[in-house]
Design a binder for this molecule. Structure first.
Ligand code: COA
Ligand code: AMP
Length: 631
């Protein structure tokens, strides 16, 4: 699909008139072992399946085909790690060489089509190799973000039941080394399911002890392995499971299929980002998140781009110029990051002086996603870069952007604060509580009319009933995004925030319900509430209100610090849980429901109506005084 000559409106009209034709055309961008006979199979799955009779291999599309077509010398991954002082360009041919041997090593340990493999790694190129090697074998990977603690990893191991774990000895955070291997050992100890094998990548910064009989040295295993060819899989075979936070402590295993994912991601590289083979894309995220899966690894590689693989932070490694250095040194054409990263840079370098001396002439656009971006930050970045700054809205579940602006289809004026207009493939509406479509310009619950396009989820790992309950049951005929917002008269979508217990901390999706479960597990806690409170850099930070059991007379500060440590140990440092207040009572309705929305308003110092159903209005003043530090 050469979208460059098609306007956005025309493209959207073409999709709306013939969605199946649109997606069959997009499917031509993928090499199939057996091309699908048609795009959509309506009678299958929860709302139909895409490309159900096609066969392909995602790794073949990401690596082999480029090498076969003579592009083996092109850089696939440009590893840039200011935390280790390393730069390493890996060509498509080199990456293929590594991946086919890693796949061979995994196959020799019994990993085959449909088997699960958990990947617990920092941002080193071997993490991408691990994902691609799984794809090569038709195995299903589940990458777990390094900032999660052992119990989170254990929960994912128990749910995914991997045959093999691929991990590194350590990660590197500014100022400290994070030993990953002891976390992995603890997680396997805690999990009921025991993986048969672990391949451990020993990093020079800190090597790990290997458990005899279970752990092996990654490099030795790869050196001894024979290259493994690509295994053809059904388009509907899962490529990966990615766990994401829901309302409860049990994360949701989002299942991504091979076929729809390949087609949609490949198309999005041209249509949305306006990139072609040979271009350089820099996505500053982590392979532990959906953005990393899609736009550090699979999307850029399937499209034959060079993907910058960055191990560092927007600030502090060594300073707020790092992104600009990378854009200049690697000739980045499109950059993608989270608004929180831009806010961190803005805080350290408000005048943007650190762009000086960096040649940004190749940079054409900056894309932002992962959380709502305040218009100030968009305008600041636009002024600094003098390039389009494109906010685009999506979710782990949708697998690729629901809305945005389309550099490959034809740009339209951007409206700071809005996530742009719907991608061809997504039909976004605002609904009222009863599921009725609201007129344009009216706030409601954002929903997507079924069927979802290729690449979006159509089930949760081994819990189809939870998929139905979480996403489809609330508004029959629609997928419930759990985001509130509106679609304006011109089709721009304005996303205001989550309607459930999910918060967004520095672009990381976390569940306040899960934090409440962890706090409640402390022996002194009678009940608690966790809410998200606005933060100038991280967007939101969690804050806990805790009522202690009667008779507990240990110092409040001691209990509070134990609670902070407890969240760090159970969920991980990424939760950034530091603020906890011990209170006498929590505001509740007469039926006993905690009034979290009212607590949120008090925490934000916003005016709040006293809910008619409240049990005892005096509690609200007590909480307000506590949060103002007046008690
Ligand atoms: N492994 C181990 N620990 C990790 C980790 C990882 N991969 N990632 C984060 N952590 C730890 C940090 O070291 C920190 O620990 P600390 O409490 O001991 O300081 C904690 O988790 C919180 O980390 P982070 O959210 O990175 O906060 P920060 O204060 O260190 O940095 C920002 C703030 C804004 C610079 C940082 O959050 C950032 O780069 N955000 C962008 C995130 C992003 O790109 N998300 C993509 C989603 S699309
Ligand atoms: P995740 O699944 O981690 O990508 O988080 C998805 C959630 O992040 C969405 O449901 C939104 O609440 C929020 N989000 C992501 N991108 C945007 C955006 N561009 N604007 C507003 N909210 C966003």
């Amino acid at each position: 699909m050469d979208g460059l000559t098609v306007g956005y409106d025309a493209a959207r009209a073409a999709w709306a008139a013939d969605p199946e034709g649109w997606w069959m055309e997009a499917a031509r961008g993928i090499d199939w072992f057996k091309p699908p006979s048609k795009a959509f199979f309506p009678g299958q799955g929860a709302y139909g399946l895409w490309f159900a009779d096609g066969e392909l291999n995602t790794c073949y599309n990401a690596l082999d085909r480029h090498v076969a077509r003579g592009h083996g010398g092109r850089v696939a991954l440009a590893y840039d790690s200011p935390v280790t002082g390393t730069r390493r360009d890996i060509t498509y041919a080199e990456l293929l060489h590594e991946v086919e041997r890693l796949a061979g090593a995994m196959a020799a340990r019994g990993v085959g089509r449909g088997d699960r493999v958990v990947i617990y790694m920092p941002m080193v190129p071997e993490a991408a190799m691990a994902m691609l090697a799984c794809a090569r074998l038709g195995a299903i990977h589940s990458v777990v973000f390094g900032g999660f603690a052992a119990p989170e990893l254990a929960a994912r191991i128990d749910d995914a039941q991997p045959r093999l774990v691929l991990a590194a000895s350590c990660g590197i955070e500014p100022g400290r080394i994070v030993p990953y291997k002891p976390l992995l050992d603890a997680a396997i100890e805690q999990a009921t399911h025991k993986p048969a094998h672990c391949l451990i990548l020993q990093r020079d910064q800190q090597r790990a002890e290997l458990v005899p009989g279970r752990d092996e040295d990654w490099r030795e295993a790869v050196a001894a392995a024979a290259p493994h060819p690509c295994v053809p899989v059904a388009a509907t075979d899962p490529l990966y499971i990615l766990y994401t936070s829901g309302t409860t402590g049990k994360p949701k295993g989002i299942v991504r299929e091979n076929g729809g994912h390949a087609v949609a991601l490949h198309a999005s590289i041209g249509n949305m980002y306006g990139l072609r083979a040979g271009d350089v894309m820099f996505t500053a995220s982590d392979v532990g998140w959906v953005v990393g899966h899609c736009y550090i690894v699979y999307g850029p590689l399937m499209a034959g781009l060079t993907s910058v693989f960055f191990e560092g932070k927007p600030v502090g490694t060594p300073d707020a110029s790092t992104y600009w250095r990378i854009c200049a040194e690697h000739g980045v054409k499109v950059m993608f990051t989270a608004p929180t990263a831009m806010r961190a840079i803005k805080k350290d370098d408000p005048e943007g002086r650190l762009t000086a001396g960096h040649d940004l002439s190749k940079l054409e656009a900056l894309f932002l996603a992962g959380e709502r971006c305040d218009p100030d930050t968009v305008l600041w970045a636009e002024k600094l870069l003098d390039r389009p700054v494109i906010d685009h809205w999506w979710q782990t579940e949708t697998g690729w952007p629901i809305t945005g602006a389309f550099r490959g289809l034809g740009m339209f004026p951007l409206r700071p604060g809005s996530g742009g207009r719907a991608a061809p493939g997504f039909d976004v509406v605002a609904l009222d509580e009863g599921g009725h479509e609201l007129p344009r310009g009216t706030m409601g619950q954002l929903a997507l009319r079924l069927p979802l396009p290729p690449g979006a989820l159509n089930t949760l790992w081994r819990t189809p009933e939870r998929f139905h309950q979480s996403y489809l049951a609330h508004f029959p005929g629609y997928y419930d995004t759990s985001d509130a917002g509106m679609v304006d008269q011109d089709g721009y979508v304005w996303v205001m925030g989550r309607t459930d217990d999910v918060i967004n901390v520095a672009g990381h999706r976390l569940s306040t319900g899960e934090m409440e479960e962890v706090l409640s597990g402390h022996r002194d806690v009678a009940e608690c509430a966790v809410i998200g409170r606005s933060d100038a850099v991280k967007g939101q930070l969690p804050m806990g209100l805790v009522v202690l059991k009667a008779g507990v007379n240990r110092p409040e500060a001691l209990v509070a610090s134990e609670l902070v440590s407890r969240v760090r140990e159970h969920i991980g440092p990424v939760a950034a849980f530091r603020e906890v207040h011990i209170v006498a009572r929590l505001p509740k309705t007469r039926s006993g429901k905690i009034l979290r929305a009212t607590i949120r308003k008090i925490a934000e110092c916003e005016p709040f109506p006293v809910p008619a159903t409240i049990d005892d209005p005096a509690i609200l003043d007590e909480i307000a005084a506590k949060l103002r530090g007046e008690d």
